[in-house]
Design a protein around this ligand. Structure first.
Ligand code: FAD
Length: 353
């Protein structure tokens, strides 16, 4: 069965909902297809102790402030899921759940979106598929030899399952620091390794300041002034309270990356081996862009080349979320609103009166 609509949004996490909000405001007919059975996108699957790196009011999508979570300055993931569920209901966003999109193809003046629930013909497509479904683990020698457990950030839930074990956490970003702090606070035998010494942002910098920095950078570039550098220039780790507490208690001492895995553990540059039971790879994600393979769009490092949010080589495709390459802070709750608005406006112009 093939249905027709003006716009198909693929992905019903925060980026897809922000797109829906702005499309609805402009009166553009659309449908949001989401693989999950329930609202909340990736936030449904994160580890138990995860805290946002910005307060609720600074973690809001367009139109509706995230309410404060009682007793918490930095809300947990459950609170974000509830907020997103309420958001899509409040704005009556047309989300169809449990629908997996396999591929997007050119079809004359339209794009054809193929899914396990049938096909849609659309005049434009917004990709908001996120990165959570594409965890990345680097090719480290000996990975197949290691007899212990290996898992990625996406599989980590809580320290309870590592009681009595020796655990290596790999990664110097927010996930690595938060999971290392989680394990350290629980008294787990922890070795934290990072490619370069951990770079904490100043303690008073949270998501709001990061967003302001990204905005200032966008304005500077737009006005032809000197590039102030992306948010990465400020540091890699937001010192949320549990991370700060673990760091200040001396529980977060990072070692340089090991040179290989052996059957029993990790081997360091000097040849010594530390025996461990588990390695948790907090080594990031890649954009989930497999559905667009047939469009053969240019891009480096697994991205699609964009002009703003629009695919440079396919004017009917827009991308939201993922990273700064689709707009400053586009991969954050507070940051996705502006690129979503820009995408909806461009689509409106494309569709015409
Ligand atoms: P997702 O939430 O991943 O939503 C994408 C949706 O698309 C999912 O429901 C997925 O199932 C669906 N989908 C994917 N492929 C298909 C397909 N082919 N067909 C149909 N559906 C599909 N941001 C902040 O603002 N503050 C924070 O504190 C913060 N902390 C973070 C902590 C971690 C550990 C991580 C990983 C990210 C954090 N982020 C934070 C960044 C960002 O806000 C989240 O990653 C957020 O989930 C991104 O939203 P999204 O809508 O782009 O993607």
């Amino acid at each position: 069965m093939t249905r027709s609509t003006d716009v198909v949004v693929i992905g019903g996490g925060q980026a897809g909902l922000a797109a829906g909000y702005h499309l609805r405001r402009l009166g553009i007919e659309h449908v949001i297809l989401d693989a999950q059975a329930a609202p909340g996108g990736a936030w449904q699957h994160t580890w138990d102790s995860l805290r946002l790196f910005s307060p609720a009011a600074c973690s809001s999508l367009p139109g509706r402030l995230m309410p404060i979570q009682p007793g918490e300055t930095y809300p947990d993931a459950r609170h974000v899921v509830e907020y997103l569920a309420d958001y899509e209901e409040r704005y009556e966003l047309p989300v169809q759940r449990g629908v997996w999109v396999d591929g997007v193809h050119r079809d004359g003046t339209h794009l054809r979106v193929e899914s396990d629930a049938g096909d849609w013909r659309a005049r434009a497509v917004v990709s908001a598929t996120g990165t959570w479904t594409r965890p990345f683990i680097p090719a480290v020698p000996g990975r197949r030899e290691f007899a212990g457990r290996q898992l990625h950030t996406v599989q980590y839930k809580s320290p309870a399952e590592f009681a009595g074990q020796r655990v290596v956490v790999v990664g110097g970003g927010n996930s690595g620091a938060q999971i290392a702090a989680d394990l350290a606070h629980a008294g787990i035998d922890l070795t934290w390794v990072t490619q370069r010494p951990p770079r904490y942002l100043a303690d008073d910098i949270d998501g709001r300041a990061l967003f302001d920095h990204a905005t200032a950078r966008r304005r500077a570039l737009h006005a032809g002034r000197t590039d102030t550098g992306g948010v990465a220039s400020l540091g890699d780790i937001v010192a949320v309270p549990p991370v700060r507490a673990a760091r200040d208690a001396g529980l977060l001492t990072a070692k340089p990356m090991f040179s290989r895995l052996t059957s029993v553990g990790v081997q360091w540059a000097d040849g010594t081996v530390t025996e461990v039971d588990a390695v948790i790879w907090c080594t990031g994600f890649r954009p989930a862009l497999a559905p667009f393979a047939a469009l053969r769009l240019r891009g480096s490092r697994g991205h699609i080349t964009t002009v703003g949010t629009r695919a440079a080589d396919e004017p009917r495709l827009h991308l939201l979320g993922y990273g700064d390459w689709t707009g400053p802070a586009s991969a954050t709750l507070i940051g996705v609103g502006r690129p979503a608005r820009d995408a909806a406006r461009e689509i409106s112009a494309l569709l015409g009166p």
